[in-house]
Design a protein around this ligand. Structure first.
Ligand code: FAD
Ligand code: DHB
Length: 394
């Protein structure tokens, strides 16, 4: 089979939020990129995932020139509710930190970035098969892939591995060069998307004896609800009625009574995992977003961490091309990992505090109750939660 050759400055693997945002930030800095994505654009847009953006992520969307619709349609939230033992406690982000968060679905953010990329004429190859980063330890890295039966070779200055947890970038690195840190949790989240107005103006994170629940939203007319489920649960076992019954049982009585239900338009189970790979740079290959780390969803950090990685990486590449400085690319891994580990800590803490651990009894359960009691009463504890939830600076 003959090979078609091409060239770009930065070859990006993956057209999720990390890859697309990186591409757009680089474009605004005058740096060219090509994105290789294994799926179709429709498939990428069909994945229902995150919904909460930190202010820093919103600023990055502005910097990328992609924030018009986000500003028009995003919902600004000044706080959130914690329901503990049937009682609501409000955490006021604005008063405690001066910051807010914005509700805007990952699907919408991805669509805006895809549209902007198409409008500026930057190249994305969808349905690229068998993508492989090679020679990234030398000065001339390449991306090999197949498209429509034709073999391609893309020569690059750098490769950005933005291909998520199951991607090829991280696994292309020799095992001896990478260290992995992981915690797997003994439960999952069952999520339902429904075209009904949200039950509450703000998100409700609920700790209940039957398990964690979360009332979230995508807009004034679309709600996203989650309940903690067993790892061996299957989506088919959960009819809409069973889901709403379980959700109601975990919510405070007035909230349960106000819940508007309807046919689910999406229903899925996500396992919960904490995971970090170190370092994030291997010669001319960089890892960013879920390719490098996973957080359990409690606290809504996954997408926001992908955004801060990409910010550090775009700055590093700008310094390389514009200032002929290697300091940014040399420092990328350490700089990004400092923020990653703080978000890992927060997501782990939110998960441990709010869920019911099946094996937990006696001492552990009492400590968890004390933690919740402290959180419900302590100004300092609520401020710490707010500071982390709205996002640590980057
Ligand atoms: P991804 O979004 O995973 O994008 C990676 C892209 O790379 C994909 O398009 C993939 O198709 C492509 N790719 C993979 N392998 C290859 C390959 N070999 N070649 C080419 N392309 C490839 N976060 C929250 O904050 N809140 C949530 O509620 C939430 N829910 C989630 C539910 C699920 C099921 C999952 C998996 C994640 C969830 N997250 C959530 C996390 C959040 O969605 C991610 O952190 C975010 O998508 C990370 O973006 P990314 O671009 O790094 O990775
Ligand atoms: C959503 C997901 C989260 O993990 C979270 O903490 C808040 C909101 C959501 O999907 O809307």
């Amino acid at each position: 089979m003959s090979t078609q050759a091409g060239r770009t400055q930065v070859g990006i693997i993956g057209a999720g939020p990390a890859g697309l945002l990186l591409g757009q930030l680089l474009h605004r800095m005058g740096i060219e990129s090509v994105i290789l994505e294994q799926r179709s654009a429709e498939y990428v847009l069909g994945r229902i995932r995150a919904g909460v953006l930190e202010q820093g992520s919103v600023h990055l969307m502005e910097q990328a020139g992609c924030a018009d619709r986000l500003h028009r349609e995003g919902l600004i939230h000044d706080g959130t509710l914690l329901s503990i033992g049937g009682e609501n406690h409000r955490i006021d982000f604005r008063r405690r930190t001066g910051k807010t968060v914005t509700i805007y679905g990952q699907t919408e953010l991805t669509r805006d970035l895809m549209d902007a990329r198409a409008a500026c004429g930057a190249r994305t190859v969808y349905e690229a098969e068998d993508v492989q980063p090679v020679d990234f330890n030398g000065d001339h890295p390449r991306l090999l892939y197949r498209k429509g039966g034709v073999q391609h070779e893309l020569r690059c200055d750098f490769i950005a591995g933005c291909d998520g947890y199951h991607g090829i970038s991280r696994t292309s690195v020799p095992q001896a060069a990478i260290q992995l840190f992981e915690r797997v949790y003994p439960f999952g989240w069952l999520g339902v998307l429904v075209d009904r107005p949200p039950v509450s103006e703000e998100l409700i994170y609920t700790h209940h004896e039957r398990g964690f629940a979360l009332c979230s939203m995508r807009s004034h007319s679309r709600s996203r609800y989650y309940v903690q489920c067993r790892l061996d649960d299957r989506v088919e076992d959960w009819s809409d009625d069973r889901f709403y019954d379980e959700l109601r049982r975990r919510l405070p009585r007035e909230t349960a009574e106000a819940l508007q239900t309807g046919p689910s338009i999406e229903k899925s189970i996500a396992p919960l995992r904490s995971f970090v790979a170190e370092p994030l740079r291997f010669g001319r290959l960089f890892l960013a977003g879920d390719a490098a780390h996973i957080v359990p969803p409690t606290g809504a950090k996954g997408l926001n961490l992908a955004a801060s990685d990409v910010f550090y990486l775009a700055e590093a590449l700008r310094d390389y091309y514009q200032e002929k400085s290697k300091a940014g690319i040399d420092g990328y891994s350490a700089r990004a990992l400092r923020r990653v580990w703080k978000a890992e800590r927060f997501s782990w803490w939110m998960t441990a505090t709010l869920h019911i651990f099946p094996e937990s009894a006696g001492f552990d359960r009492r400590i968890q109750r004390a933690e919740l009691d402290y959180l419900a009463q302590s100004d300092a504890a609520q401020t710490a939660l707010a500071e982390n939830y709205v996002g640590l600076p980057f």
